[in-house]
Design a protein around this ligand. Structure first.
Ligand SMILES: COC[C@H](NCc1c(COP(=O)(O)O)cnc(C)c1O)C(=O)O
Length: 320
């Protein structure tokens, strides 16, 4: 068939004994941390890149010094085309090195993501070049939606899906996927950390607002604003925005490491903290969620973490 083999893999959907016991629910985990290059990003970025290549693209340009940049570098390598990743000065050396190991050219530009993004758009304004946004493009949401299609193959509709929000690409993909499989009435619980809360700010303001800076260890949730598309999705799909502290996100990473033997970023810990801090009774008492039996957590993963880094964050946050 003409179908192009996707760059992402079908990931495991496993039951979490620890989180099921702790919450009294049937808790399922969609393990996007087991994707090539460690996060769900390759679903959407792989989709966008393959479409670009079929339209003559031979050079991807990304402005993410994080997981989206790594997904773009990986996609370029698998598609045998070039990649330039423009990263802000804040991008740690190990991530710059990891991007180069995927074969990408790394250009350091700007103090913050916005400056790197501006530079990446300049570079992408050449014939054959395609700018790969970390989260704001329909091809990215379409690609991420495959996650929900895979869940549908394995289980009946859950009572809720829990995930984390940076710029909102993962959330848009999940909403699109739920609609696509006929689960449009399954609510989404969208988690952020208090210092990276552009989605909850947008809900409060009733429009997309720019938060002035990121004050959270969950740097991968560090977008200053969410995608516009989310505000229209909110009108047609039940999405609850919840916040957790950095301490709760980090504690979730430690507990997940022990419970499931897997190490994830605080950006992922923010979603898992909904379980470890068991926010469900509060949401049910507020009438925001129905009586829950079965929920699915999107384990988004992340590369910018190590056991050593967890301990550095722990002492920075003054945790015991
Ligand atoms: C600054 O970073 C934005 C983006 N990370 C996004 C990201 C998210 C949030 O996904 P989003 O809501 O942006 O689609 C969650 N979990 C992990 C592990 C992530 O890396 C990036 O890699 O450039």
């Amino acid at each position: 068939s003409g179908r192009v083999k996707p760059l992402h893999v079908k990931t495991p959907l496993i039951e979490s004994h620890a989180l099921s016991k702790l919450t009294g629910l049937k808790v399922w985990l969609k393990l996007e941390n087991t994707q090539p290059v460690g996060t769900f990003k390759i679903r959407g970025i792989g989709n966008l890149s393959q479409k670009a290549v079929s339209n003559g693209c031979n050079h991807l340009v990304s402005s993410s010094g994080g997981n989206a940049g790594l997904a773009a570098a990986y996609a370029a390598r698998k598609l045998n085309i070039a990649a330039t990743i423009v990263v802000p000065e804040t991008t740690p050396e190990f991530m710059r090195e990891r991007l180069r190991e995927e074969g990408a050219t790394v250009e350091v530009c700007g103090k913050v993501w916005d400056e790197a993004n501006k530079r990446s758009l300049e570079i992408a304004a050449q014939p054959g070049y395609t700018a790969v946004h970390p989260f704001d493009h329909p091809d990215i949401w379409e690609g991420h939606a495959s996650m929900i299609e895979e869940i549908k193959e394995e289980m009946d509709a859950p009572d809720a899906v829990i995930l984390s929000v940076g710029g909102g690409g993962l959330l848009c993909g999940a909403v699109e996927g739920l609609k696509r499989v006929g689960w449009g009435d399954v609510p989404v619980v969208a988690m952020e950390t208090e210092g990276a809360n552009c989605f909850s700010e947008a809900i409060k303001a009733g429009k997309v607002v720019r938060t002035e800076s990121i004050k959270s260890i969950a740097k991968s949730l560090g977008s200053l604003s969410v995608v516009e598309q989310l505000l229209s999705y909110m009108k047609e799909h039940t999405i609850h925005s919840e916040l957790v502290s950095d301490q709760q996100a980090l504690s979730a990473c430690y507990r997940f490491l022990d419970d499931q033997k897997m190490l994830v970023e605080p950006a992922c810990g923010a979603a898992l903290a909904a379980g470890y801090s068991n926010i469900f009774p509060k949401l049910q008492n507020k009438g925001k969620l129905p009586k829950l039996k079965t929920v699915v957590f999107i384990v988004c993963g992340g590369n910018a973490v190590s056991l050593k880094q967890l301990d550095i964050w722990k002492s920075e946050l003054g945790m015991a």
